[in-house]
Design a binder for this molecule. Structure first.
Ligand SMILES: Cc1cc2nc3c(=O)[nH]c(=O)nc-3n(C[C@H](O)[C@H](O)[C@H](O)COP(=O)(O)OP(=O)(O)OC[C@H]3O[C@@H](n4cnc5c(N)ncnc54)[C@H](O)[C@@H]3O)c2cc1C
Length: 370
């Protein structure tokens, strides 16, 4: 009864995708989460996530993004749930100082290069063209912009819920509100997954525990993963046309924090926007989940004011989320030290949601094959 071929520990973006993919293979699979996903404690909440195909982070990710779009569409046709909204996407560069993103220098030029190389439908726009089309962005004369037609946003909570529902329909078992306390090797083969008052045996484990991955790593491996608090803000609009805007990303200076991204208005009253922050917190349990008025004011003054119009300086809501970041911002997929049966997948350094559907498929293939 308590033996499974594969146990997935952590059912966020990556774990829910992997469980869904594994559930179609005939293997006996179990997914476990410490909360009840989709929830607001990890890295996969907050209404929307940007998706784009010519990903400046690296040519190796373009295939994953393309495959994920196919899977999102397939999930939509299976369930009627719309997960992917192809509103288009703009990447802007103020053209004042060089900047990088997610470990990739020259992010703007890389994006344009990959778009050509991988046949991604796009346009390059100068500031005058931008002003004609998207007048809320006050791009300086030195600036440049890239528009991608198939970019847009995903609904993260719905994506997770849809994949978990389908996984269950396919026969996967799911345990929620059940933190895994430890994973131990069994001498005859396989591993023991230890929960409060319960032990489960498995041939293999996929460890997709997001920032909590550190709980399962040795002292040497822990520092590889940095927990970085992020704040999402919903800024009040003063113009009606925000609901027709594409998603946007804008690099305006050399520091990683000299950056803002945002979404079309979903409610007609607010635009969700954020910057990125790389201040480290040791563990998710130590995160400050409150957002102060001072933080909101600083966000408005430093990131929005003078750059984006059609907004009031009124932030109606803010929420905290976190990245789990590696030094080079690449994804980490490898067995944990001393346990070949436990495949770890990292929480993808702040750019993983768009890839998660295809990542689930890739992890399934690897777990089934090896
Ligand atoms: C603010 C923000 C904005 C982002 N924007 C984008 C974007 O626009 N585009 C994009 O592509 N990516 C974006 N990302 C990145 C993307 O959202 C993440 O890479 C992705 O969601 C990570 O998913 P995950 O499944 O690895 O982690 P999580 O979603 O955190 O999932 C980990 C799960 O493991 C569970 N868990 C942990 N420990 C245990 C345990 N011991 N036992 C059982 N369960 C456990 C947790 O409860 C959780 O459900 C953003 C991230 C943030 C935070």
């Amino acid at each position: 009864m308590n033996h499974f071929d594969i146990v997935v520990v952590g059912l966020g973006a990556v774990g829910s995708a992997a469980l869904y993919q594994l559930s179609g293979t005939g293997k006996k699979v179990l997914g476990i989460d410490r909360f009840d996903p989709p929830h607001t404690m990890g890295s996969s909440h907050g209404e929307t996530r940007i998706t784009r195909l010519a990903v400046g982070e690296g040519a190796e990710y373009v295939g994953l993004a393309k495959r994920s779009h196919q899977i999102w569409k397939d999930l939509e046709s299976k369930t009627g749930n719309q997960i992917y909204f192809p509103f288009g996407g703009i990447l802007m560069d103020s053209g004042i100082q060089p900047w990088g993103k997610h470990g990739a220098e020259g992010f703007f030029d890389r994006t344009a290069t990959y778009a050509k190389e991988f046949d991604v439908r796009h346009e390059l726009l100068d500031p005058a063209q931008m002003n004609g089309r998207y007048s809320h962005f006050e791009l300086p004369e030195s600036g440049k912009a890239y528009f991608e037609y198939e970019a847009g946003f995903l609904k993260p909570e719905l994506a997770i819920e849809t994949q978990l529902t389908l996984a269950k329909k396919n026969g996967a078992e799911i345990l929620t509100n059940s933190p895994v306390l430890d994973i131990q090797k069994i001498s005859g083969g396989g591993v023991k997954v230890i929960l409060e008052g319960k032990e489960i045996n498995a041939d293999k484990v996929l460890l997709s525990a997001g920032g909590w991955v550190k709980d399962f790593l040795g002292e040497k491996e822990k520092p590889e993963f940095k927990i970085c608090r992020q704040v999402l803000h919903w800024v009040e609009t003063s113009s009606d046309d925000w609901k027709d805007y594409p998603v946007f990303m804008w690099g305006f200076g050399p520091e990683p924090e000299d950056f803002i991204y945002g979404f079309p208005s979903l409610d007609g009253m607010t635009v969700k926007m954020a910057t990125e922050s790389f201040v480290e917190t040791f563990h998710p349990r130590e995160l400050n989940r409150e957002v102060s008025l001072e933080e909101q004011t600083r966000f408005w003054e430093e990131k929005v004011q003078g750059k984006i119009s059609g907004l009031k300086s009124n932030i109606l809501k803010s929420t905290v989320c976190f990245y789990t970041v590696t030094e080079d911002a690449k994804f980490v997929i490898r067995p944990i030290s001393g346990m070949e049966e436990v495949l770890m997948v990292s929480a993808c350094s702040g750019h993983g949601f768009k890839h998660s559907a295809a990542l689930g498929e890739l992890l399934k293939d690897r777990l089934i094959r090896e």
